[in-house]
Design a binder for this molecule. Structure first.
Ligand code: NAD
Length: 513
């Protein structure tokens, strides 16, 4: 580890051995025996170790959170927003350090690490405005001298379970909104990225401390699936917001549903770009390559399939092959590189397995994959982005492989292209590249893309926080971030006030005594 990384760890409060849980400024579970060792996929070195929270630790955090909710929900929403505003400022001060740690612990490029922290800042700004706009509707009552309206109240504890690939932004999308809505949070980050989570907890705790916010408003519990399962089965947590694989989402939905809790699910994608005969091919190339190889294909919105019109198929494929030959793979902290490592060697094995399955099903690779070796690739996590010609109904194409494998599929008519785009179990992000208005509108219509996100002339990857983010089908149906996604973090209450001197019943029912 370089001295620059060591000084970033010091600045962000990361020690060699870190505690298992935190309720704010208080940290606990230092003596626990079970550990999470965080190795960097960049160089394979151990960065630091964190302890795993046990069931008793978890229970103490929930009790603290319940106590904190009673005071936090009574703080006026704009005042809660002011604290979130200060959190955004603290992130601005720590953007470089936190973004670098994201890059080093997770393996995404430095620019993407900074971009991830910028998303956190953006959602804080959004949440500050929102804290004065948690609007309900008013309705006209059918009864005279009655007033009806609805209002929104906080839910209580919001449990946040997050994935490794956006190790900090996804927490902040949830936490910033949940906090202004008057909730308290318990965050279980990915076991693959505990250190960035510890850094975030230190940053928000310092803001809370400066504002005399009680312990228990923002809590962190470290651990793997078992800790997540404690949360999903816990009736004291009314909302579980879970980001991760579809496999995980199905388990979470079943556990939370069994206790009639609420779940907000942000799961896997299998995103396609349709490259039409009317596309600007140069623009399409940038969208396709960034979408497929950015974050080494480890975004939920990564482009996994290109559905290309037969008349431009050969030309566009040739452009892609040429572009892939120019990709520089290596240390993501070196800004000259385009593609960094996969998260760990298990992900490398899954990449190899998918390539083998694709070949066995008849896939023809126009750019071959492979694992890179040598001193620069000592972590064993660096792989070559590859491209295969396939049929959409290959079993492997129907799956999300979290790696830079791009599938090419040929089409004749737009109806066929849209049908292919929709013919996967997932429904997160989609795009069409076309300069033809009719094609664009058809793609966006009810007969078009079935995804939560549908773009025209931009790729599938990289969403702005102002829109509601999420997808349909096996992507889970949840919406986070902008628009009215805040409503998922609140309970709606309908209120009717009678200011007359009689008690008329609704629907004209008579009940005379
Ligand atoms: P993962 O499913 O392996 O783990 C995600 C989180 O869930 C981790 O914190 C893990 O400990 C926890 N977990 C796993 N099983 C659980 C269970 N049964 N109960 C409770 N918690 C459980 O996912 P990953 O490998 O970290 O992330 C990659 C996946 O996340 C991809 O499928 C990607 O598409 C998806 N993702 C989706 C979005 C989105 O917004 N739709 C965003 C980011 C990532």
């Amino acid at each position: 580890m370089t001295t620059a990384i060591q000084s970033i760890l010091n600045r962000l409060g990361i020690k060699a051995n870190n505690a298992a849980f935190s309720t704010g400024s208080n940290w606990g579970g230092v003596a626990n025996t079970q550990t999470l060792d965080s190795y960097s996929p960049v160089d394979g070195k151990l960065i630091a170790t964190a302890k795993v929270a046990d069931a008793a630790d978890y229970d103490s955090v929930v009790i603290k959170a319940q106590e904190a909710f009673i005071t936090w929900r009574s703080v006026p929403a704009p005042k809660r927003g002011e604290i979130v505003r200060q959190f955004g400022d603290a992130l601005r001060e720590n953007k470089e350090a936190l973004g670098t740690l994201v890059s080093y612990e997770m393996g995404k490029s430095l620019q993407e690490g900074f971009g991830e922290v910028q998303e956190m800042i953006d959602i804080c700004d959004f949440a500050v405005g929102l804290s004065r706009q948690l609007y309900g509707l008013t309705m006209h009552s059918e009864r005279p001298s009655h007033r009806m309206y609805e209002q929104w109240h906080p839910l209580g504890i919001v449990g946040i379970i997050s994935a490794f690939n956006f190790p900090v932004a996804v927490w902040s999308w949830n936490a910033a909104l949940a906090l202004v809505c008057g909730n308290v949070c318990i965050w279980k980050p990915s076991e693959k990225t505990p250190l960035t989570a510890i850094a975030c907890q230190h940053i928000i705790a310092s803001v809370f401390k400066a504002n005399n916010v009680a312990e228990g408003v923002c809590n962190l519990v470290l651990g793997d699936r078992e800790v997540g399962e404690l949360m999903t089965h816990d009736g004291r947590i009314p909302l579980i917001s879970a980001t991760g694989s579809t496999r995980m989402g199905k388990a979470v939905a079943a556990a939370v549903g069994a206790r009639l809790g609420k779940s907000l699910l942000e799961l896997g994608g299998n995103n396609a770009i349709i490259i039409s005969e009317h596309a600007d091919l140069d623009m399409s190339l940038i969208g396709a390559v960034f979408g497929a190889v950015g974050t080494a294909g480890q975004r939920c919105t990564s482009t996994r399939r290109l559905i290309i019109h037969e008349s431009v198929y050969d030309t566009f494929t040739a452009k892609l092959v040429k572009a892939y030959a120019q990709l520089r793979i290596g240390d993501p902290l070196d800004q000259n590189n385009h593609v960094g490592p996969l998260i760990d060697t298990n992900a490398v094995a899954a990449y190899q397995d998918s390539i083998a399955k694709c070949k066995a099903e008849g896939g023809k690779f126009v750019v071959e994959g492979g694992i890179l070796s040598g001193d620069d690739y000592a972590s064993g996590c660096y792989v070559k982005p590859c491209i295969a010609e396939v049929n959409n109904d290959f079993e492997i194409v129907q799956h999300e492989t979290f790696a830079p494998i791009l599938y090419l599929i040929k089409y004749k008519t737009l109806d066929e292209a849209i049908a292919l785009q929709n013919a996967v179990p997932q429904g997160l992000s989609s795009a069409i590249m076309t300069l033809n208005l009719r094609e664009a509108e058809q793609f966006l219509s009810a007969n078009g893309s079935d995804c939560g996100i549908a773009n025209v002339n931009i790729g599938t990857s990289g969403a702005e926080i102002g829109g509601a983010f999420g997808g349909e089908k096996e992507t889970g149906g949840g919406r986070e971030s902008g628009s009215d996604a805040w409503k998922a973090y609140m309970r709606r209450q309908t209120n009717t006030i009678n200011y007359s001197n009689t008690l008329p019943l609704a629907q004209g029912i008579k009940f005379d005594l």
